[in-house]
Design a protein around this ligand. Structure first.
Ligand SMILES: O=P(O)(O)OC[C@H]1O[C@H](O)[C@H](O)[C@@H](O)[C@@H]1O
Length: 445
């Protein structure tokens, strides 16, 4: 369960005006349910959690086991929605130093295909030279350049190092049922493959094999993750009254803040393990709402780290921001501040306190300071960093995003703007079929 508190936005906007969105929220929920809104061919995520079968999870777990049995390292090749969800969950649930531990209980998960860094790819392939590694090639379109390029390198290396037969066992494809180069390669090579449903867009695909397979390989309980999302599907269902539906309130509040000049939402965490949840959230909201020259700009900070860098701007910069804080109620481990006889650092007033008590006071103190500085604050509380909470949080953000996008009046399920850079890049690289564009772009240089 998660809870949402908007009290600290109410000095800036009124509760009355937030609740005035009730009818718009209802209309958005109905458009989502009935498939009558913009982008209605991409609503497969809406009831995805409750439609996941035991058989599907068993199939994923069996494949995960094959990779766990045969690999020290698994490289997840994907970009955007084809990697951020897996990384968000894995980093939220993993020990922060897992790759440095000698005794590993699961393969180390590494990522590729999310950049075109020559040094990054060189160093990755160097590291993998003496490793038993596997690859998950994830791409909905099956044609994304970044991912395809990394996969070309990794496939060859895996086959060279481990032989064709073993490579076939430890390379898995997650892609479209029929279209795209990744599908053709998987079918030709005989890789185990999973399908990304047509009606689930990349940024909403974390609960498909795109997220579930890497998460299972990393050793986390995908049944509990899905159960958390199923719970949230109910909590945020269309028939839950507006005042009790956290997704409805979140969507309404952010739209009201936006209307009042708050153009930037900063997602705040107080736990470094949530960094990639923020990255996932940025794609979800950025690609869904940033179009037709409108949309809140989704930004993120990790506190208290960034209080020592971005804290100044947030406290006293242009007043066009608001914050949404993700607060984790309970830590997984316990660590108390020791007492020190000399007390040279003057920290004995903290002796005996749990580190998290200090963190929570940093959180509270920051919230009050930022509100005083003119920054409306929302607070989302999750019980702990475990599968259930994270599964719930991800679905909460998805459903709220669908509602929020419809309130804004855009199609939250397309991303036409992403194509512009690709077209130029292909023209500059003289990709066959881009002859006209190549000529035109050369003339501009
Ligand atoms: O899964 P893929 O087809 O490779 O796409 C990966 C990502 O890149 C695209 O350009 C889109 O902007 C994203 O929405 C998508 O998640």
């Amino acid at each position: 369960m998660i809870s949402l508190n908007i009290e600290k936005t109410l000095g800036f906007i009124s509760k009355e005006n937030v609740f005035a969105y009730e009818a718009q929220v209802k209309a958005a929920q109905e458009a989502l349910e009935n498939g009558t809104g913009k982008g209605n061919d991409f609503l497969g995520w809406l009831h995805l959690p409750s439609s996941i079968t035991k058989e599907h999870l068993a199939d994923l777990k069996a494949t995960a086991q094959t990779l766990r049995d045969n690999c020290e390292v698994v490289v997840v090749a994907g970009i955007g929605g084809s990697y951020l969800g897996a990384r968000a969950v894995i980093e939220a649930l993993s020990n922060s130093f897992t790759w440095l531990q000698d005794k590993k209980t699961a393969p180390v998960i590494l990522y590729a295909g999310h950049n075109i860094g020559e040094d990054y790819l060189y160093e990755l392939t160097e590291y993998l030279k003496d490793k038993k590694f596997g690859v998950i090639n994830i791409s909905k379109s099956g044609t994304t350049t970044e991912t395809a390029l990394a996969f070309r390198l990794l496939k060859k290396q895996c086959e060279d190092q481990r032989g064709k037969e073993m490579a076939k066992k430890v390379i898995v494809a997650i892609t479209d049922a029929k279209k795209g180069a990744a599908r053709v390669t998987a079918d030709n090579e005989g890789y185990k493959s999973f399908i990304i449903p047509d009606n689930v867009g990349g940024r909403f695909s974390v609960l498909t094999p795109v997220g579930l397979l890497p998460i299972a390989i990393a050793g986390f309980d995908i049944e509990k993750l899905v159960a958390g999302a199923v719970g949230m599907e109910k909590t945020c269902g269309k028939d839950v009254p507006f005042a009790e539906n956290p997704a409805a309130i979140y969507a309404a509040t952010r739209n009201e803040l936006y209307k009042n000049g708050k153009k930037i939402e900063i997602l705040v965490n107080y736990n470094p393990k949530l960094h990639y949840v923020s990255e996932w959230w940025k794609q979800l909201y950025g690609e869904s709402e940033g179009k037709e020259n409108k949309g809140i700009f989704p930004a993120a900070v990790d506190f208290s780290t960034d209080l020592h860098s971005m804290g100044q701007w947030i406290q006293e910069g242009e007043r066009t921001i608001y914050e949404t804080v993700i607060s984790v109620e309970k830590t997984q481990h316990s660590l108390q501040v020791p007492s020190d006889e000399a007390n040279l650092d003057g920290l004995n007033f903290l002796a005996g306190k749990h580190v998290d008590e200090v963190n929570k006071m940093a959180e509270l103190g920051t919230q009050l300071a930022h509100v005083d500085g003119g920054v409306p604050n929302m607070r989302i509380v999750i019980p702990a960093l475990n599968e259930e909470s994270i599964g719930g949080l991800l679905y909460f953000f998805e459903i709220a995003c669908g509602i929020s996008g419809y309130i804004l009046g855009v199609n939250p399920f397309n991303q036409p703007g992403v194509e512009a850079y690709k077209k130029n890049m292909f023209a500059l690289l003289n990709k066959p079929g881009y002859e006209e564009e190549s000529k035109a772009i050369q003339a501009r240089l």
